[in-house]
Ligand binder design. Structure first.
Ligand SMILES: [Zn+2]
Length: 662
């Protein structure tokens, strides 16, 4: 299916309009200001390159990329609500970036290398391409330029990106060019986007006679095909290791592995290349890795990357409470699942998108929009707080990238079929063949499961309306113009209402949204005998500020759980209340709101491996057993065995989570 782009969707009221207003009015400016002031001005790196200076560089080598990512997020906001001040601000940054590129005859641009090791560009002369982050930064520039052009129709950033991209196409690729793949993925999808922009915009194409856009797609495909191919690998470590998903060819990989942010971005690029080439082998690889990720390596919040070391995916079913689950990995997971949904046409990918959006990414940002979480574990002992800024501020730009473009994930279409993938109060016009179709969506989601859709085709016409029925939803009804629709078929996770729709028709979807208890697959050691509270798409948590100190709740077998909307609490939330086995009351709030009051600590029971710290590698020994290393009294103890017993998996059918029958 084809997504309706974020520029075509207006989110002007409801839950997300309020969040997006905070991001537009507070977070974006806060992030730019902190990049300029927190530890020296990161934009000044470009000024020093333009001035021909050498020596000092502000921040890590990937700071160029983080600035470009922020510009992408800003551009997406600009595209949906024009803001003269923001437009001027971006032009100012872009002018400084362009001046830095202009001093180089090749159009090469990477401030870290030029300022600190100018003889080592692209890792030449004993440089370190992995550390220098040149290819990654270039990818961030390209995607920022595409989004900025789409928002403003200005060429200023696109000119810079095209010049660098053309230089790269001449430098890396099949022999005799250099065998270089991005040590940090992201450029794969970015170059596909650049290819699409020129392919789909003939007017723009005419303005760039030197561009041969096919080369961008070919380079992206080369990067996908040559992970794990270390022969003739020039100018960078022959083997980038599993951290960069370079341990074997990507098409042979069977598990989500390595650094979880890099992984998610690489898999996104893999699907993007699949969509453009139509080659089945890419789709098959993406599906195989996805099945592994979501059925064995994903926390109930949608977070991935359990390991603190290397911010990496752990072994199958290794899902401890204190896992890392970086915000950036959640954003990458959302990007990946969005592309999977478009490619495969199934709702289960949007289910994962929703889970990670509400429960892993949204909590990465404070309610006031100025503080950030790097890691998003399920428990905290009160020592984890959002930071104002970080020496490695990767998460703020990634949050901006996902949320600023949120409108682009809601609707999709394919011939006479339209898909509502997310329930977000919004309006759009779908560019269906024949006539466009206006849609207005009204809903209190995620607090309530009722969604009203006003459909306004220009004339009566047959349409197959697809409404995603989320994986958490235990039952739903649909009515059209007040009349119940019986026996609505469910196809690939969508309720399908196929009929002739006329101007002014009104569809109401009512999803039951009870408070649920979710249990995890018995192979998940850390979750045995424990449950998560969930209502609708939201996973809940218990904070000390609402409960007894050291919250430690045991539930009766059939707990009575109530919920109510509390407009005054945490900006307006649905709170869940219940009684523990000892008769004491407890209160739970959505996990994404935790840590916004003091004292800020959601509490949980101690994990089964408490007192031990998990080593960075579980070692799968065979299909039925695995060994994990645990630190006891300062020493690593390899003797903890987790036996996999197929008999305890009866009825799980590959599921990682399921609601507990009450
Ligand atoms: Zn991050």
């Amino acid at each position: 299916m084809k997504a309706v782009g974020h520029t075509q969707v207006a989110i002007e009221s409801g839950f997300w309009a309020r969040r997006l207003a905070t991001i537009r009015d507070v977070t974006l400016w806060d992030v730019f200001r902190k990049f300029e002031l927190a530890r020296g001005d990161a934009f000044a790196n470009f000024d020093r390159v333009a001035a021909g200076e050498h020596g000092a560089h502000v921040g890590f080598p990937f700071f160029d990329g983080l600035l470009y990512e922020t510009i992408r997020g800003a551009s997406d906001l600009l595209a949906v609500s024009h803001d003269e001040r923001l437009d001027r601000q971006l032009d100012g940054y872009i002018e400084r970036i362009a001046r830095a590129q202009a001093v180089d005859p090749d159009g090469y641009l990477n401030t870290f290398t030029t300022l600190l090791c100018p003889d080592k560009r692209w890792g030449e002369n004993g440089g370190n391409l992995r550390w220098q982050h040149e290819v990654y930064n270039a990818g961030c520039l390209v995607e920022a330029a595409v989004h900025h052009y789409q928002a403003t129709r200005k060429r200023n950033l696109l000119d810079v990106a095209v010049r660098l991209a053309d230089h790269m196409c001449g430098y890396m690729g099949p022999s005799p060019r250099k065998n270089i793949v991005p040590a940090h993925p992201l450029p794969e999808e970015a170059f596909v986007k650049l290819y699409r922009l020129f392919r789909d915009t003939p007017d723009l194409r005419k303005q760039y006679p030197q561009v041969a856009e096919r080369r961008y797609l070919e380079l992206a495909r080369f990067w996908i095909d040559n992970r794990g191919n270390h022969t003739g690998r020039a100018n960078c470590l022959p083997n980038l290791l599993e951290s960069s998903q370079d341990h074997e060819p990507l098409l042979k990989q069977r598990e989500a592995a390595g650094h979880s942010v890099k992984a998610g971005l690489l898999y996104t690029g893999l699907v993007a290349v699949a969509q453009e080439t139509g080659r089945r082998k890419y789709y098959r690889a993406a599906m195989r890795i996805w099945e592994n990720a979501v059925s064995r390596k994903m926390h109930v919040t949608g977070g991935v990357g359990a390991m603190h070391q290397e911010e990496a995916y752990g072994p199958d079913y290794f899902l401890p409470d204190d896992a890392y689950l970086e915000t950036c990995a959640g954003v990458a997971m959302a990007f990946w699942n969005h592309r999977m949904g478009l490619a495969f046409g199934e709702a289960r990918f949007a289910d994962i998108f929703e889970r990670v959006l509400y429960n892993n990414v949204l909590g990465g940002l404070s309610l006031d929009g100025t503080r950030f979480f790097y890691q998003n574990p399920l428990v905290s002992k009160g020592d984890l707080h959002r930071w104002d800024w970080h020496v490695c501020p990767c998460c703020p730009p990634m949050i901006l990238k996902l949320l600023s473009g949120l409108g682009g994930y809601i609707y999709a279409h394919q011939r006479e079929a339209i898909f509502v993938n997310h329930y977000v109060e919004s309006t759009t016009t779908l560019p269906l063949e024949g006539d466009p179709l206006s849609v207005r969506q009204e809903t209190q989601y995620p607090w309530e499961g009722r969604v009203q859709l006003g459909l306004d085709p220009q004339r009566a016409r047959r349409i197959a309306l697809h409404l995603r029925i989320p994986d958490w939803c235990p039952g739903f009804t649909v009515s059209v113009n007040g009349a119940a629709v019986e026996d609505v078929p469910l196809r690939r996770g969508y309720a399908v209402i196929q009929r002739v729709f006329s101007p002014g028709d009104r569809v109401v979807l009512d999803m039951r949204m009870p408070v649920m208890l979710i249990e995890a697959n018995p192979y998940v050691e850390a979750a045995r005998g424990r449950v998560a509270i969930q209502r609708g798409p939201l996973v809940y948590c218990l904070e000390e500020v609402d409960n007894e100190p050291g919250v430690d709740i045991t539930l009766p077998e059939r707990p009575a759980l109530e919920h109510s909307y509390r407009p005054e609490l945490l900006g307006g939330i649905v709170e869940v209340r219940g009684k523990a086995l000892d008769g004491k009351d407890f209160r739970a709030v959505p996990y994404f709101t935790w840590g916004n009051r003091t004292p800020a600590s959601p509490c949980g029971q101690k994990g089964p491996l408490e007192g031990g710290q998990i080593h960075d590698k579980g070692i799968p020994l065979s299909r039925n057993q695995m060994r994990v290393w645990v630190r006891r009294d300062g020493d690593w103890d390899p003797s903890v065995w987790v036996w996999r017993r197929p008999d305890i998996l009866d009825g799980w059918d590959g599921l990682l989570y399921r609601p507990l029958a009450l």
